[in-house]
Design a binder for this molecule. Structure first.
Ligand code: ADP
Length: 616
């Protein structure tokens, strides 16, 4: 643990961390973040593919060979009819047909297909959203269908990869479920129950919350895909029809020249619409859902990371916080993978940005605060040395006097009177020396909190008077008049000697830093349980930039140095400590050339009459 930071530094630290977190979160909404999230999604998709399951769907494909061998796309309806006739005897659970049968063609071919369709159970026909609304199959086919399902397999606009299927789409008041969902429902002979958060088919709950009329469901592609046979294979080898028994069959183009959109799955394989529908069906069938992490979870995690980074660098110093920061970063990088393994998609970019940004902000802040503290302690050290220099220099004067006098007393035959004079000088000079040493020691002990305050009530007027009596002779030498204004009758509880020391210090400073012939005003006002004891001078004043520093140990303003007044820069630091120890505070108002007002504000009480008698 390290030394605590001051409140202002803590506030700045919290503010900066908050800003870093906000920027990291905002960055998470950019398209760059979306791309990185997609890359990460596909990476995890490859790393943690779904457990292989027995496919419950089969694809009946119209491939190049089927078209070439069965008359081409002009006879697609006959081709479809023949495919359906082959699988009808094995009774598939449901048949989803990924062809838009929205116009009439040759009546004979249409009739053939309509007959084939009506021989099947649970047929889902395709519909598509076009500018005017839904493009549905013509009535001849539609009447044979148990349901209509839309065929929109959304590809990601940024990279063309198909990761999800919108389970619902609406045109005006007409809403259609996805082809795969209708096939799933029919295969289970069930209905679809809706709630804002999910859809329920039988006992399967599909986690597809209602968002912008889409209800996106992430497709968990099986690496092996659904078993696929072409219609031509089926026509040439009728025994293959057995593979469609009890399956949900998806029929559509796989011939590249007839696939409208080139789509890819997260493994990077090209997939056709019919394959996507079959895979969406398998995802529902095996309940291999991937759900996005809720916004509350994401935000909570990001805030937690930023708080951890803040506490780490705020409370620890040296290398441990860097080790912990490394561990936090590792967690942030690994967490999306752990979530993914558990079926939750956590946005990768945000977990990276909200870990790196707050952690590096906290680390940089700590670094600069430590550096500043180092610089400050170095300059304090320099000042301290200066002060020692000054004090030792000051001590030399009384020491020289003591030395000289004692030598003379030993060496020469002095008159009694002279001897008395010298003895008294030795005495007063050694007292001065002792006083200096005492002051110096007091500073250290006060700042270290080693001095125990006496706690007794003393009248302010009495204390004030004693100080004024001591300072007036010094002031007179500079023709400075000290005036008293309102002196409240009040008592302060604490250490009278220390308070006297503090107030005397303010008075001597006022005299010291005022040109000759000026005036010093003293007043003591009691308001709201506080005594405001102020000393106002007409002296050299203090620069606004330096005001914050004058209570620091050994600090002397440039103006004071220029004025030629020598001082230690210790006095005010002791004054402030004393006032703080009395539960009070210091206030200073000053402007260069216009004088200064130093005010001691301490808790006080109005003086009781009986005590007043004692003190007067
Ligand atoms: P010292 O007077 O011994 O240098 P202090 O701690 O009492 O030490 O004061 C610190 C500094 O604050 C002084 O050096 C001086 O620069 C400034 N200062 C204090 N009192 C006054 C005042 N009344 N007017 C102008 N400057 C002052």
């Amino acid at each position: 643990m390290k030394k605590r930071w001051p409140a202002k530094t803590i506030a700045a630290y919290i503010g900066l961390l908050g800003a870093a977190l906000t920027i990291a979160l905002i960055a998470g909404w950019t398209s760059l973040a979306a791309r990185i999230d997609n890359y990460a999604y596909d990476f995890f998709f490859n790393l943690y593919p779904p457990a292989p399951e027995q496919p419950q769907s089969a694809v009946l494909a119209v491939d190049e060979e089927t078209l070439a061998s069965m008359g081409g796309v002009r006879h697609i309806r006959t081709i479809l009819a023949k495919g359906l006739e082959r699988i009808a005897p094995v009774h598939p659970r449901a048949v989803a047909i990924d062809f838009i049968l929205a116009d009439r063609s040759d009546p004979e071919e249409d009739g053939h297909l309509a007959r084939a369709l009506s021989g099947m159970r649970n047929v889902v026909l395709s519909c598509e959203l076009v500018p005017g609304g839904w493009e549905d199959p013509i009535p001849a086919f539609r009447t044979t269908a148990a349901a209509l399902g839309h065929v929109h397999a959304e590809k990601n606009p940024l990279d063309g990869i198909s990761r999800l299927v919108p389970l619902e789409k609406s045109a005006g008041a007409i809403r259609r479920w996805a082809l795969s969902l209708e096939a799933f429902r029919l295969a289970r002979n069930s209905s679809i129950l809706e709630s804002p958060d999910d859809l329920q088919v039988g006992d399967t709950v599909l986690p597809a919350p209602h968002s912008a009329d889409e209800r996106p469901l992430r497709i968990r592609y099986q690496r092996a895909g659904s078993p696929t046979w072409s219609i031509w294979q089926l026509v040439s080898h009728p025994e293959l029809a057995a593979n469609f028994r009890d399956k949900t069959v998806f029929i559509g183009y796989t011939a590249l020249s007839y696939v409208r959109d080139r789509l890819f799955n997260p493994y990077g394989d090209a997939v056709q619409g019919v394959v996507i529908h079959a895979q969406a069906f398998e995802t529902m069938q095996h309940r291999q859902f991937l759900v996005p992490a809720s916004e509350v979870t994401v935000l909570g995690f990001c805030i937690l990371l930023a708080v951890a980074a803040g506490l780490n660098f705020g409370f620890l110093s040296g290398w441990p916080p860097y080790l912990i920061a490394g561990a936090l970063l590792a967690c942030a990088h690994a967490l999306p993978a752990v979530f993914f393994q558990n079926g939750i998609v956590f946005p990768y970019f945000i977990s990276i940005s909200t870990s790196w940004l707050p952690i590096s902000t906290a680390a940089a802040f700590q670094y600069f605060v430590v550096r500043r503290a180092l610089r400050r302690s170095e300059s304090d050290k320099a000042r301290y040395q200066q002060a020692i220099h000054f004090v030792t220099h000051e001590m030399r004067t009384p020491l020289t006097a003591i030395q000289g006098s004692s030598e003379m007393m030993g060496r020469y035959n002095l008159t009694d009177e002279k001897r008395k004079q010298m003895a008294s000088m030795i005495n007063s000079e050694s007292k001065r020396l002792a006083g200096m040493i005492q002051t110096f020691l007091d500073v250290e002990r006060l700042t270290d909190g080693q001095i125990d305050l006496k706690r007794e009530a003393f009248p302010v007027r009495h204390m004030l008077q004693a100080c004024l009596d001591r300072v007036r002779p010094i002031a007179e030498r500079k023709q400075i008049v000290i005036d008293e204004r309102d002196i409240a009758e009040a008592t302060v509880t604490g250490d009278r000697e220390l308070m006297e020391y503090a107030f005397y210090n303010l008075l001597t400073n006022a005299v010291k830093y005022s040109p000759a012939g000026r005036q010093v005003l003293v007043d003591a006002v009691l308001e709201h349980g506080s005594l405001r004891l102020s000393v106002k001078d007409q002296g050299i004043g203090i620069d606004a930039r330096e005001l914050n520093n004058i209570f620091r140990k050994f600090y002397r303003t440039k103006r004071a140095e220029a004025s030629g007044e020598v001082g230690t820069g210790i006095g005010l630091s002791i004054v402030e400590q004393i006032v703080i120890h009395h539960g009070g505070r210091m206030e200073v108002a000053s402007a260069p050339g216009q004088g200064s007002t130093f005010t001691i504000v301490v808790p006080a009480e109005a003086l009781k009459v009986s005590i007043c008698h004692d003190c007067s």
